[in-house]
Design a protein around this ligand. Structure first.
Ligand code: ADP
Ligand code: ASP
Ligand code: MG
Length: 450
């Protein structure tokens, strides 16, 4: 195991010069941190996604390009020695302009990844120079030289063996002499095309990199001092959790707690790397440790919310007492590469939600061709504007009475697709988007504020 830590800084942590300076101070105070993984400056990826989706109106396109230039220029203006970073950022902005124009004619997943990757490519030039200005022996590293993925643009899958081999060859030796600053979110396929791991993917990148260099710890620095009992933006009385198990935190991430990308903990768990989550704005407040062994395992740990859910309901009288119906349904879905998330069944219907989409964002869609094929088997109903609420805890499937408490609290809500009992760690259901925050608030008051 390497004796150094990997630290990841999210978008708000590198939003501007002041925020980046706080990150540099955190690095200065932790000599054990040798590898820094950075997101794009806050808001930049959203602007790049807009361009990648194709902006035909030239005025709007220029507006977005100017906003991108301004965000980065504001940091450059504060650097002591900005010459090199300025010319690198300017070259990347030229690429953004060229690709945005191409996307306005015809966009593609490949082009989207090339374009949205530019955010992290720019922020890391700025952060590296800022650290150098402060006397840190920092060097920028292009993670595409080690983070090999497949060519599934927008939600690329990492190729672990290659990443490990390339990291050991190229990254570990560099960390002996320098504090290495690199990009989250992005990678490259075997042909050298830029890929991305999906929105919020920098957490996942940091964990993959930590695994590949065999880091002794992974720090996720964000805008809240740790993982809370629910999103503190939704329930202001949410409280920080000082210690949480990998399985509980993984459930939270999987069920939408934005604080961690869903896949983040997989590499950390594989290599038993302890993960710390804290606020780069208020590092003195401490944060959350995610570990294998924790001291307490409460029945109720946290609430998570994941919006933009697409629910598909398939109904057929032929399903009643028949065999093979579900197999046919899943065959069609697999053929059209539709990934299913949750599923509930009754005698004549099956409801399922579709997995989250890739970097280009939005609610997942049932492809028209899949719908047509399914309609040969059954009726198909697609609903949007739904959110998934998940209650995460421990030994829930073995505890009596808690479901009554949960559903009693929500008796005025229309709950759909209740999934309960399959996992000892969670109970979840769908509600309409318009009441989803209210549902979280009511449950939080009842279960966590007692
Ligand atoms: P970053 O840009 O650093 O990756 P994100 O915006 O992706 O940050 O994630 C941090 C945000 O996650 C917080 O500002 C908070 O609103 C949200 N969040 C959702 N669930 C939780 C939770 N259980 N605890 C803390 N923050 C949460
Ligand atoms: N910049 C990317 C995004 O906004 C990745 C990340 O920040 O994790 O989704
Ligand atoms: Mg994030």
């Amino acid at each position: 195991m390497s004796s150094f830590n990997v630290a990841k800084f999210g978008g708000t942590s590198v939003a501007n010069f002041e925020a980046m300076s706080r990150c540099a101070a955190i690095i200065e105070n932790s000599p054990n941190t040798k590898l820094v993984v950075s997101s794009a400056c806050s808001g930049v990826t959203n602007l790049l996604v807009e361009l990648a989706n194709g902006v035909q109106d030239q005025t709007r396109r220029n507006e977005v390009l100017n906003q991108l230039a301004d965000i980065h220029q504001a940091v450059l203006n504060n650097l002591e020695d900005a010459t090199q970073a300025a010319s690198e950022v300017s070259a990347i902005l030229d690429t953004v302009t060229r690709l945005a124009e191409a996307a306005s004619i015809q966009s593609s997943h490949k082009l989207t990844d090339h374009l949205v990757a530019c955010g992290e490519l720019m922020s890391t030039h700025l952060l590296t120079q800022l650290m150098k200005d402060r006397g840190i022996n920092a060097v920028r590293f292009d993670i595409r030289d080690v983070l090999r993925t497949d060519s599934n643009f927008g939600k690329a899958e990492p190729e672990l063996d290659t990443i490990r081999q390339l990291s050991q060859q190229n990254l570990v030796p560099l960390c002996q002499d320098f504090v290495v600053v690199t990009q989250g979110f992005i990678g490259s396929d075997a042909e050298g095309n830029t890929t991305t791991l999906g929105r919020g993917g920098s957490d996942y990148s940091a964990a993959l990199i930590a695994e590949s260099v065999e880091a002794s710890g992974l720090e996720i620095w964000t805008d809240v001092p740790g993982i809370y009992t629910t999103d503190p933006r939704i329930a202001p009385k949410a409280s920080p959790i000082s210690e949480i198990s990998f399985s509980e935190a993984s459930e939270m991430a999987n069920f939408g707690a934005k604080i961690l990308h869903p896949s983040t903990l997989v590499p950390a768990l594989r290599h038993d790397i302890p993960v710390f989550v804290g606020s780069s704005k208020e590092p003195e407040k401490g944060g959350t440790w995610i570990r294998h062994q924790v001291e307490s395992s409460p029945l109720f740990r946290a609430l998570a919310l994941r919006c933009n859910q697409t629910m598909v309901t398939l109904r057929s009288a032929k399903m009643f007492h028949a065999y093979g119906f579900l197999a046919k349904v899943f065959e069609v879905l697999a053929k059209h590469k539709v990934s299913v998330d949750l599923i509930t069944t009754s005698e004549i219907s099956v409801s399922l939600t579709l997995d989250q989409t890739d970097t280009s964002g939005g609610a997942p869609q049932l492809p028209e061709a899949a719908r047509l094929e399914l309609e040969e088997l059954c009726t198909v109903e697609v609903e949007h504007n739904l959110c998934l609420v998940a209650l995460i805890g421990n030994n829930m499937s073995e505890s009596k009475g808690y479901a009554k408490q949960v559903f009693g609290t929500l008796e005025d809500f229309n709950l759909r697709m209740i999934c309960y009992g399959a996992s000892p760690h969670n109970l979840c259901f769908l509600v309409h988007e318009s009441v989803s925050k209210q549902a979280i608030q009511k449950l939080h008051t009842e279960l966590f504020e007692g």
